[in-house]
Design a protein around this ligand. Structure first.
Ligand code: F6P
Length: 362
């Protein structure tokens, strides 16, 4: 393979704490190896529309602690089904060849795609079409297979934990049931970790549909011990046994159209009816994705970005960088495409939570 001299970098999908730290590590490492780096704006949209610029060291100066992404991102445009106008009609076309054309024109030989599971599917497709791709696993959901950690997760858990600590005081003072709805799509990792860290009385996961009776029993049993409040963390993808997930909206054109949300409020109403106690729901929403990354995430992002740039420089492509037993490794992109890493019900942290007396609603 020809020596790699020019690379591109893009951030795709929802924003996530640590994106800038990864971009910074890629640019610095690549420059240190004498590579030219192009930043691609707004995720795959920039690839299709040829919206790229050369990045210099000053392009990444001061961005390490800043949330969001200096490159911009989007979780709507899917380059494999890109909306284009043909004869006055909008049709969806695979733009892979257009993208490859833009890369050839600028001399870009390889690209780092910093993205979550939806973006990884696109990365896999570009790789199969012959593009040199290295992926970096991004998402607060922590649901990408092959890695023990995605970056952004630690920060989201920290934010959710702080929210639980704050809700705890209102729960205790007002003798209420306080519910925190957290993100995570179909994976309950944020709920599980923040629930343990924030001392929740119940953790409700998408992986384990809950029974209201079980929660009511837990609340009454606590009341009988003089604990006149309860703190519940519920994942946006959770649902009652025999019930459906709560859909907040459908985003047409997005590679993952369904946005979840609303289950926390539904549960609050049901528990209020059944226990006679006041119940309130707080939806943490995008607060979990914004702002400065934790120190753990900053270190992980720096390791991921540095490793991704090394891979690109060495021509070691078609891979995703990953964390395994605290080492940075690479795994084939094809291994992760189209899969989701949900919480196994025999996960050690589920056992720990049960030992602590936390109710899973089962
Ligand atoms: O995948 C990250 C995530 O924040 C999910 O946890 C959440 O369900 C979704 O993205 C929200 O997407 P949007 O920002 O489009 O509302």
């Amino acid at each position: 393979m020809k020596r790699i001299e020019t690379i591109g970098v893009l951030t795709a999908g929802g924003d996530c704490p640590g994106l800038n730290a990864v971009i910074r590590a890629i640019v610095r490492t690549a420059h240190g190896k004498g590579l030219k780096v192009f930043g691609i704006r707004n995720g795959f949209k920039g690839l299709v529309e040829n919206d790229m610029f050369e990045m210099h060291d000053r392009s990444v100066s001061g961005i390490l602690p800043i949330g969001g992404t200096v490159l911009g991102t989007s979780n709507r445009e899917n380059p494999l089904q890109y909306p284009v106008e043909r004869d006055g009609q909008v049709v969806h076309e695979d733009m892979t060849d257009v993208i490859i054309g833009h890369f050839q024109q600028r001399g870009i030989q390889a690209v780092a795609i910093i993205g979550g599971d939806g973006s990884l599917n696109v990365a896999g497709q570009l790789h199969r079409k012959g593009m040199n791709v290295v992926s970096v696993p991004k998402t607060i959901d922590n649901d990408i297979p092959g890695t023990e950690r995605t970056f952004g997760f630690d920060t989201a858990v920290q934010i959710a934990t702080e929210a639980l600590d704050r809700l705890h005081t209102t729960a205790a003072s007002h003798h209420r049931i306080m519910i925190l709805e957290v993100m995570g799509r179909t994976a309950g990792w944020i709920a599980l970790h923040s629930g343990i860290a924030g001392g929740a009385d119940a953790i409700l996961l998408p992986e384990l549909p809950y029974r209201e009776e079980s929660l009511v029993r837990m609340i009454r049993e606590r009341a009988s011990r003089g604990k006149t409040f309860s703190l519940i963390v519920i994942s946006e993808g959770a649902r009652p046994q025999g019930g459906e997930v709560s859909v907040a909206r459908v985003v047409e054109g997005s590679w993952e159209k369904v946005r979840l949300g609303g289950i926390g409020e539904k549960l609050a109403r049901r528990l209020e009816e059944q226990t006679g106690m006041e119940a309130r729901c707080t939806v943490l929403g995008h607060i979990q994705r914004g702002g400065t990354p934790t120190a753990f995430d900053r270190v992980l992002c720096s390791r991921y970005g540095s490793a991704a740039a090394e891979c690109l420089a060495n021509g070691d492509t078609g891979v995703m960088v990953a964390l395994k037993q605290n080492d940075i490794i690479t795994i084939p992109i094809d291994y992760v495409c189209g899969k989701t890493r949900t919480v196994p019900l025999d996960d050690e942290k589920v056992f720990v939570a049960r030992n602590l007396g936390i109710c899973f609603g089962d």
